[in-house]
Design a binder for this molecule. Structure first.
Ligand SMILES: C[S@@+](CC[C@H](N)C(=O)[O-])C[C@H]1O[C@@H](n2cnc3c(N)ncnc32)[C@H](O)[C@@H]1O
Length: 231
């Protein structure tokens, strides 16, 4: 087990959350780095590079699977720094996976993730975090399962969407829903294409590409992120 994960498991999340909220400069340190899961394999570098390519595309930015809103905060800081006037919708149950879907993927041998994965976050925590980091005017957290929240709160147009929800059916639902409201030259970015822990992600992305081949301008694998550009 990675030592960061080990330390996180030992410290109660309520304590960790309150320390971070009290001393927000900690988020910027190398150790915490806004609490995103995308740090390894240049995930953040590739994400921001892809985001920059859509600065002139009409629509909002969406993150499907935000957990502790790390990637959303980093994208918000990028938009601010480059004076790009866009809002971000950070969608998540903020209570982890849909248990039924997780069980299904486990039965199919696609993952061994525990039931309590990504349950140390909460809507209350991310709301406070966005406020202390002064990005609450850019990022809006949207709580609930995607099948409920996307049709109700994400109306489009969308210029850029990071889909980082690990499981195949959720990934496909988000991809297909956002695709319909994605602007021309807009980008979908999928995490976990090469993940051994969530094998459903690659299957979902491959299915998506097959199904929408005629509407895709360009697609490809970066380091860990897979990008798809709409015609
Ligand atoms: C890998 S984490 C996201 C990490 C985040 N993008 C980051 O940069 O740190 C995956 C998230 O997807 C969420 N998720 C998975 N399936 C979901 C669903 N059907 N509805 C809502 N949230 C879901 C989980 O709650 C979890 O927080």
């Amino acid at each position: 087990m990675n030592w960061k994960v080990y330390v996180k498991k030992k410290i109660p999340s309520s304590f960790l959350n309150s320390v971070l909220l009290k001393f927000p400069y900690l988020y910027k340190t190398k150790l915490v780095y806004f609490e995103t899961n995308l740090l390894a394999e240049n995930g953040i570098g590739d994400l921001l590079n892809q985001l920059s390519l859509t600065s002139g595309v009409q629509g909002v930015v969406v993150e499907c699977g935000s957990s502790r809103c790390g990637a959303s905060v980093i994208m918000a800081n990028y938009l601010k720094k480059h004076r790009i006037d866009k809002k971000i919708l950070a969608c998540d149950s903020f209570e982890g996976f849909d248990r039924y879907e997780l069980k299904k993927e486990k039965n199919m041998g696609l993952t061994t993730a525990p039931e309590n994965s990504f349950t140390t976050t909460s809507y209350d925590y991310v709301t406070k975090k966005l406020k202390v980091l002064h990005v609450d005017d850019i990022v809006t957290p949207i709580k609930g399962y995607f099948t409920e929240t996307l049709p109700n709160f994400v109306k489009g147009p969308v210029s850029f969407c990071l889909i980082d929800c690990d499981l195949r059916d959720s990934l496909m639902f988000c991809g297909e829903y956002i695709w319909k409201i994605l602007s021309p030259s807009g980008r979908l970015i999928f995490d976990d294409y090469t993940s051994k822990d969530f094998k459903g992600a690659k299957l979902g992305v491959d299915d998506f590409i097959k199904k929408y081949e005629n509407e895709i301008q360009e697609h490809g694998l970066l380091n860990r992120l897979y990008y798809i550009v709409k015609k």
